[in-house]
Design a protein around this ligand. Structure first.
Ligand code: HEC
Ligand code: HEC
Length: 261
C-alpha cells in the first residue's frame, strides 16, 4: 500500500508504473534472491559463491559496476559514498524506503553482508551516461541552478551544494553526489520525501527540505541537475567545507552538531 501512496504523489512520473516492468522486475528479483541464498556447500556443481557472483543480483537492475541503465529508473550506485549506500540498504530493510524488490533482497541479509556490497559499489567508478536533453525553458533551468547553488532563504531552504559538495559530487561518508542522477529519479525521490514515503534516519534533513520545496521548484531543480554533465574524475569530498546547515541522521559529523534550522 505504501507503494500506492508513493505513486500517488502528484508530480511522480507516470512512466514509472508499468505492469510489464513490474513483472520483469519481480522475475529478476526472484532469480536473484535464489542466487543470493545459494550457499557454496549447497551443490558442489554450483559456481563458487564469490562476492562477484552475488553482485550479479544487483547489476541486473543497476547496470555493470552499478553504473545505472539508461532508462532513468534504476539509480546509479557506483561511486556513491559507502556510508550512504549502506544507510540506504538499511533504510530498505527497515521500511524507511519502499521498492519491493529491493526490500525483498535485503530483508534477511546481515549488516556485514550489506556493508560488503556498499563497499564494492562505492569503489567503482565507471563513466557516467551522457546527460539528458529536455525541452524546458532556460528560465526553469536558471531557477533550478539558483536553488541548487544558493537555496531559497525566504523559505529556509539551504543551498543543496552546502551539503552535497560544491561540485555536487557528494561528501564522505554518507552524503550522495547529485550530478549523474536522472531527472525523473530526482523528482520521484524528492516527491517521496515530501509525501513521507521515503525517510532517512532522524533527523531527516532531506525530509525537511523536500517539505519546503514546491512541486514546481522540484521540477526546476531536477531538470537542471539532470541536464548537467557529470565529471568522470569527480569523487566525493572527504568532509564538508563548513558545518552542515541542518543536522542529518546517518551523517556522523552532523548529527547532534546543533546547526541552525
Ligand atoms: C529488481 C531491480 C533491482 C535489483 C535486483 C536491485 N535493485 Fe537496488 N534499487 C532498485 C530501484 C528501482 C531502486 C530505487 C528505488 C526507489 O525508488 O527508491 C534501488 C535503489 C537502491 C539503492 C539506493 C540508491 C540511492 O542512490 O539511493 C541501493 C544502495 C541499492 N539499490 C543497492 C542494491 C544492491 C546492493 C542490490 C543487490 C543485492 C540491488 N540494489 C538490487 C532496483 C533494484
Ligand atoms: C543539510 C544537508 C543537506 C542539504 C542542504 C541538502 N541535502 Fe540532499 N541529502 C542529504 C543527505 C544526508 C542525504 C542522504 C539521505 C539518506 O540517507 O537517505 C541526501 C540525499 C539526497 C537525495 C537522494 C539521492 C539518491 O541517490 O537517492 C537527493 C535527490 C537530494 N538529497 C537532493 C537535494 C537537493 C535537490 C537539495 C537542495 C534543494 C538538497 N538535497 C539539499 C543532505 C542534504
Amino acid at each position: 500500500m505504501k507503494q500506492e501512496e508513493y505513486r500517488a504523489v502528484p508530480f511522480a512520473v507516470p512512466q514509472r508504473a508499468s505492469l510489464g516492468r513490474w513483472i520483469a522486475v519481480l522475475c529478476l528479483a526472484l532469480n536473484v534472491t535464489t542466487a543470493l541464498a545459494q550457499s557454496p556447500a549447497a551443490d558442489s556443481a554450483a559456481p563458487p559463491d564469490t562476492l562477484q557472483q552475488r553482485l550479479l543480483a544487483c547489476t541486473g537492475c543497476h547496470g555493470n559496476e552499478g553504473r545505472a541503465a539508461s532508462d532513468g529508473f534504476y539509480p546509479r550506485i557506483a561511486g556513491k559514498p559507502e556510508g550512504y549506500l549502506y544507510n540506504q540498504l538499511i533504510n530498505f530493510r527497515e521500511g524507511r524506503r519502499h521498492f519491493q524488490p529491493m526490500s525483498y533482497m535485503v530483508d534477511y541479509q546481515s549488516d556485514d553482508y550489506l556493508k560488503e556490497m556498499a563497499q564494492y559499489f562505492s569503489s567503482q567508478h565507471p563513466p557516467f551516461a551522457a546527460p539528458q536533453k529536455f525541452d524546458v525553458p532556460q528560465s526553469t533551468l536558471d531557477q533550478g541552478q539558483e536553488l541548487v547553488k544558493s537555496g531559497d532563504p525566504s523559505k529556509k531552504i539551504p543551498a543543496c551544494s552546502a551539503c552535497h559538495g560544491e561540485a555536487l559530487a557528494g561528501v564522505n561518508p554518507a552524503i550522495p553526489g547529485l550530478l549523474g542522477l536522472p531527472r525523473d529519479y530526482i523528482i520521484d525521490q524528492l516527491g517521496s520525501w515530501k509525501s513521507g514515503a521515503r525517510r532517512a534516519a532522524a533527523p531527516d534533513c532531506m525530509g525537511q527540505i523536500a517539505g519546503r520545496l514546491t512541486a514546481q521548484q522540484i521540477g526546476a531543480i531536477a531538470a537542471w541537475i539532470g541536464s548537467q554533465t557529470a565529471d568522470n574524475q569527480a569523487r566525493p569530498a572527504d568532509h564538508a567545507a563548513q558545518p552542515l546547515p541542518l543536522d542529518c541522521g546517518g551523517v556522523p559529523a552532523s548529527a547532534g552538531s546543533g546547526a541552525g534550522r
